[in-house]
Design a binder for this molecule. Structure first.
Ligand SMILES: O=P(O)(O)OC[C@H]1O[C@@H](O)[C@H](O)[C@@H]1O
Length: 192
């Protein structure tokens, strides 16, 4: 006859407790939180609306030049579309761990950032220069970069992307704070 041993019960309880951790406890790692070691060739998801379409083409070429694999989540023309659809497509690739990082682009970069941040496990940052790109990585462990195509020149964009991909998370006090962001998210998601 099959029965559940005390060890099995202990394992089940530990698993359930880990999945329902409360603020102050260490966050459970999800695919989107898996490390994306610097210096390595990565898979990066990129998406834009019509306002970011031209820049997306440049960004994809730049990433490929650096040796990264790109998942192009669209849009595929300059026909008017809605940025949340493409920001979600990118963010969901990061959430699932299919892409290590994501880049979302629209004309201003704001709406795509908002939409991407609704996806569990995603920390999207709208960056406009070296300082915001490095801070978003070092302090916030951002895994999605949002760019405003109408605000940035091509060289600026390349510097932002290079910085975003090559800056490591600082850990320490920053990890405690990022864990608190995750705890807020968990209050509102079943998936947590
Ligand atoms: O082309 P329309 O619809 O005027 O504006 C789209 C842009 O306006 C903002 O929402 C976004 O930045 C998006 O790219």
């Amino acid at each position: 006859m099959n029965y559940i041993s005390e060890t099995d019960i202990r394992n089940i309880v530990q698993k359930v407790m880990a999945q329902t951790s409360t603020p102050g406890q260490t966050a459970v790692a999800r695919p989107a939180d898996q490390p994306c070691a610097s210096g390595k060739k990565r898979t990066i998801a990129v998406g834009s609306d019509h306002g970011g379409y031209d820049l997306k083409t440049i960004v994809i070429a730049y990433l490929q030049e650096m040796g990264h694999t790109v998942i192009d989540c669209g849009t595929h023309s300059k026909e008017a579309v809605d940025y949340p659809d493409f920001a979600f497509a990118v963010a969901d690739k990061v959430r699932q761990g299919i892409a290590c990082r994501g880049i979302v682009i629209d004309a201003a970069g704001i709406g795509s950032c908002m939409a991407a941040n609704k996806v569990p496990g995603v920390r999207a940052a709208m960056c406009v220069d070296y300082a915001t790109a490095s801070n978003s990585r070092e302090h916030n462990n951002a895994n999605v970069l949002s760019l405003g195509a109408g605000l940035l020149g091509v060289n600026q964009v390349k510097l932002i992307i290079k910085t975003f991909l090559e800056t490591d998370f600082g850990g320490g006090r920053h990890a405690r704070r990022v864990d608190k962001i995750t705890d807020i998210e968990k209050k509102f998601t079943k998936e947590g």
